[in-house]
Design a protein around this ligand. Structure first.
Ligand SMILES: Nc1ncnc2c1ncn2[C@@H]1O[C@H](COP(=O)(O)OP(=O)(O)OP(=O)(O)O)[C@@H](O)[C@H]1O
Ligand SMILES: CC(C)(CO)[C@@H](O)C(=O)[O-]
Ligand code: BAL
Length: 280
């Protein structure tokens, strides 16, 4: 049975009834197969005797002025069905006032990486993300927290916060789930018109084109990926970058990450993939 709670007190009471390890999957709702895969990973980590908690909360602190906070899809009934289907034990879907009973005075400083890539386009975004992630970790008290690689910079920053602030939780990354044609699953995909949906494919196709050039080196990877994006007039590129797996400067050889963000009409999409530079 999946229990829905909307306050910290109810959550504490529900968790007090249960034994075993606790895993949390934090989401903003509008759940899809990407989220389902995180729930399955969470269950795998704690086992049938453990507890899987999913949080559904559209966090105002991580949206900038002019972003889509107001129109972000809120589909709690459908989300509950997804959680039931995935065998989730507890769903925490709090109101904004429950999470922020007063205007937040104390926030997490996410450090210099938060000003790059996504943070360069969305100033303040990762301060808002890390603040709510830390708060939800305190509310749930999990042994393990599962985050998707689709939001790769978020995953790196959460790992950094947990290490730097000695937060007692294990952070596990889960691979990106894609549509059959390669588009990364994302709640924001539902904003796309059919034409934009076709244009949006350029992001994953660009990453694939880049990966194919991995043996030839950094410049070839970026050139091949950029050519795909340049050929798609429906895509306005925010960034295309190669970094190391911790999002420092890309090495000449070895593991790296190719990241892209672009606007397709009014919708902003991100994607990334790992690349082994310079061949095996
Ligand atoms: N396609 C996906 N594959 C794996 N994990 C995903 C995928 N999409 C989202 N996630 C993960 O689910 C968690 C919650 O993300 P969120 O609710 O913002 O979904 P989203 O689809 O990324 O939404 P948005 O479209 O607003 O970015 C995050 O850890 C995120 O990385
Ligand atoms: C981690 C998160 C739930 C915090 O609001 C959000 O950034 C997301 O959905 O990736
Ligand atoms: N998926 C990350 C949350 C956000 O875009 O605000």
């Amino acid at each position: 049975m999946t229990l829905l709670v909307d306050t910290a007190a109810e959550l504490r009471a529900a968790l007090a009834q249960r034994a075993g390890r606790v895993a949390v999957v934090m989401t903003m709702g509008a759940l899809h197969d990407g989220h389902r895969s995180l729930m399955a990973a969470a269950r795998g980590l704690v086992g049938e005797a453990g507890t899987v908690v999913v949080t559904v909360f559209v966090n105002p602190l991580q949206f900038g002025p002019g972003e889509d906070f107001a129109r972000y899809p809120r589909t709690l009934d459908a989300d509950l069905e997804v959680c039931r289907g995935a065998g989730v034990d507890v769903v925490l879907a709090p109101a904004v006032e429950e999470v922020y009973p007063r205007p937040q005075q104390v926030t997490v400083d996410p450090g210099p990486l938060a000003a790059q890539l996504e943070g360069a386009v969305r100033p303040g975004h990762f301060g808002g993300v890390l603040t709510v992630v830390l708060k939800l970790l305190h509310l749930v008290g999990p042994d393990v927290a599962v985050f998707g690689e689709k939001d790769y910079q978020q995953l790196v920053l959460v790992r950094g916060m947990v290490a730097d602030l000695a937060v007692p939780v294990e952070v596990v990354g889960a691979p990106t789930v894609r549509e059959p044609d390669g588009l990364a699953r994302s709640s924001r995909n539902r904003y796309l018109s059919p034409g934009e949906r076709t244009s949006a494919l350029a992001l994953s196709r660009a990453l694939t084109a880049g990966v194919r050039m991995a043996a030839t080196g950094r410049e070839s990877v970026l050139t091949a990926a950029r050519a795909v994006l340049d050929a798609e007039p429906g895509v306005a590129l925010d960034y295309l970058e190669l970094r190391d797996p911790e999002l420092g400067p890309a090495p000449e050889r070895g593991p790296a990450r190719l990241l892209v963000a672009a606007r397709v009409g009014a919708t902003r999409l991100i994607d990334n993939v790992d690349v082994l530079l310079g061949g095996a």
